[in-house]
Design a protein around this ligand. Structure first.
Ligand code: SF4
Length: 274
């Protein structure tokens, strides 16, 4: 693992993500090392040639960039984080995210944090000071033996569920992000069953089975579950029709169970329920 402390010029960046005005990424790189990570393209922009998941740059001056007062972010949606996990294991020591949040409060933004780590509950005291904050946990599987292989340095799923419970007890809005949806692995109905007592809404995202992400997933399937590899190849051929069918199943299920949801299949054609 290569850890480097760096100084940056900006820490809040404009964003095109759905429902998001700005993003804050306290780190470059992510030790969680998920095999399906879309953020690996960051390597190109930051001069890293190491393997994704094996390096992290720590933005040690981030909070000092937020000292000045401004109305610019009042009522705007600020999201942590788009290309890293703000609560990846190294945050325990460096507390960059905690320091950033402490400064962000005075800007009065709508705060949304999405993570795979229960370390976020350490900062409940600060999060509660924001107007209507929202915390999301990504869950792609309930099976912790699979979780260890596909998201090696994240919190065990049970810890994420306990963290959701704790956030709910503190009256903080929560959601579960079920994505990227891994065919035959993402047991989405059970994820909903196990979490719905503590969750305000769900988000769903499909898997991008192309390019370098597919290369890594294929390697994992070859080494761990060859029969799934056959199915994934079939899904690749089916392309959009596979995901459209799944999308309809999710919509029907959520409507039946009166569950709030947002579907981010094929970014750009988002469906949001009322
Ligand atoms: S937690 Fe997010 S940013 Fe980090 S490796 Fe996993 S998918 Fe990528």
């Amino acid at each position: 693992l290569r850890i480097k402390e760096i100084n940056v010029k900006n820490i809040i960046t404009k964003s095109n993500l759905p429902d998001t005005d700005y993003v804050v990424n306290p780190y470059t790189g992510c030790i969680n090392a998920c095999i399906y990570c879309y953020a690996r393209f960051m390597k190109r922009f930051t001069g890293h040639d190491e393997e994704w998941g094996s390096f992290v740059d720590i933005k040690v001056n981030a909070d000092s960039l937020l000292i000045k007062n401004t109305d610019k972010y009042k009522g705007k949606n600020i999201f942590l984080s788009s290309v890293t996990d703000a609560y990846q294991p190294i945050e325990k020591k460096y507390q960059i995210t905690r320091k950033i949040l402490t400064q962000l409060i005075k800007y009065n933004p709508n705060l949304c944090i999405q993570t795979k780590s229960d370390l976020v509950i350490r900062d409940i005291d600060i999060i509660k000071k924001f107007n209507n904050p929202e915390i999301g946990f990504t869950i792609t599987t309930l099976d912790d033996s699979i979780r260890k292989k596909i998201e090696p340095n994240t919190s065990p799923v049970i810890k994420r569920i306990n963290a959701l419970k704790k956030l709910k007890e503190n009256n903080i809005r929560t959601y579960v992000f079920i994505g990227p949806f891994l065919p035959l692995i993402t047991d989405w109905k059970n994820i909903i069953k196990e979490t719905k007592a503590y969750v305000n809404h769900y988000c769903f995202e499909n898997l991008n089975i192309y390019g370098s992400i597919w290369a890594d997933i294929k390697k994992w399937l070859e080494n761990n579950n060859k029969s799934y590899l056959y199915e994934y190849n079939k899904i690749k051929l089916l392309k959009k029709s596979y995901w459209d069918k799944l999308k309809n199943e999710i919509i029907d299920y959520c409507n039946l169970k009166k569950i709030k949801y947002k579907i981010y299949f094929y970014h750009g054609e988002n469906k949001k329920n009322k």
